[in-house]
Design a protein around this ligand. Structure first.
Ligand code: APR
Length: 268
């Protein structure tokens, strides 16, 4: 009996729908499916990506790679500059976009895929907190979350909720250590607990969905190559080709907002 063709989608063409069917086949055969998401999944929530034509770095220039070292040298100065608005234009643009952003159908489709048991976890490179807002349960925020503070010594995190700190936070209650935003700065090592959690998910995965990432920033993107080398099937969802495309079983040229609801529909 020929495979059941998935219902037509209002936004995807027949070829793309064939690829959706292929992705369904891969996920159904998998025992543990992990999604790795990047800035692209939040573009349809109004947050610009970093690279590519409309990228923040493309338009404002790539920030210095020693941001963390500068922060450690003068944390109070860093906070004061931030409070006095002496911040880079890309940070201002990102901050405004983040303040107004809400999860879209693509984020909610991942939540539903987790709920119906076809998606086991999500590793996000995004700091926007939209995955958590959408309701994802098994989530690793590998670059941190902008609405949390973290002690750089003991790793204790504290949720800020909607509060935006205006001054340097007090030292850590627990160990007296230096407290910063939970987001990982350029030049800052990924906290051990987060890296271990992400690696554990990748080591379990036999299918990885790479959604909206240029797969350029390590160590996060390196996990995709580790998974592929260990035999996991890689599925890419991205409007443009990336370095990961040659490694992908299926590389679907579509946006997250177009592809993920259609994929959820086909899996339900
Ligand atoms: N849906 C899906 N993918 C999209 C969409 C969309 N609507 N719009 C753009 N994309 C794709 C782009 O084609 C690009 O390949 O998303 C990707 C975004 O790539 P980057 O901007 O490089 O973002 P990302 O891969 O997440 O960057 C990794 O770099 O600057 C650091 O810390 C930052 O976490 C970030 C890391």
């Amino acid at each position: 009996m020929p495979p059941v063709k998935t219902r037509a989608s209002p936004v995807l063409n027949p070829d793309q729908m064939d690829q959706i069917d292929d992705i369904v086949g891969i996920i159904r055969k998998a025992s543990y499916t992990v999604a790795m998401t990047g800035a692209g999944i939040s573009v349809e929530s109004g947050i610009p990506p970093f690279r590519g034509a409309d990228g923040l770095w493309t338009r404002h220039g790539t920030p210095p790679m020693d941001g963390y070292a500068q922060f450690r040298k003068d944390p109070v100065g860093w906070w004061n500059r931030r409070t006095n608005g002496k911040i880079d234009s890309h940070v201002m643009e990102l901050r405004e976009a983040l303040a107004n952003a809400k999860p879209h159908a693509g984020h909610f489709a991942l939540v539903d895929m987790e709920r119906i048991g076809v998606l086991d976890s999500v590793i996000t490179q995004n700091i926007d907190g939209l995955d958590e807002k959408a309701g994802l349960v098994n989530l690793v925020e590998i670059h941190g979350n902008r609405q949390k503070l973290r002690c750089v010594e003991c790793g204790t995190r504290e949720s800020l909720g909607e509060i935006v700190p205006l001054f340097a936070p007090d030292p850590c209650d627990g160990c007296g250590g230096l407290v910063k935003f939970d987001t990982v700065m350029f030049g800052e090592p990924i906290p051990d607990d987060v890296m271990a959690a992400a690696r554990a998910e990748i080591d379990r995965a036999d299918c990885v969905l790479a959604i909206g990432t240029s797969a350029t920033v390590r160590p996060a993107s390196g996990l995709l190559w580790i998974a592929e080398a260990a035999g996991a099937k890689i599925v890419e969802i991205n409007p443009t080709e990336t370095k990961l495309t040659p490694l992908s079983e299926v590389s679907l040229r579509a946006t997250a907002g177009q592809a993920l609801p259609a994929l959820l529909n086909a899996l339900s």
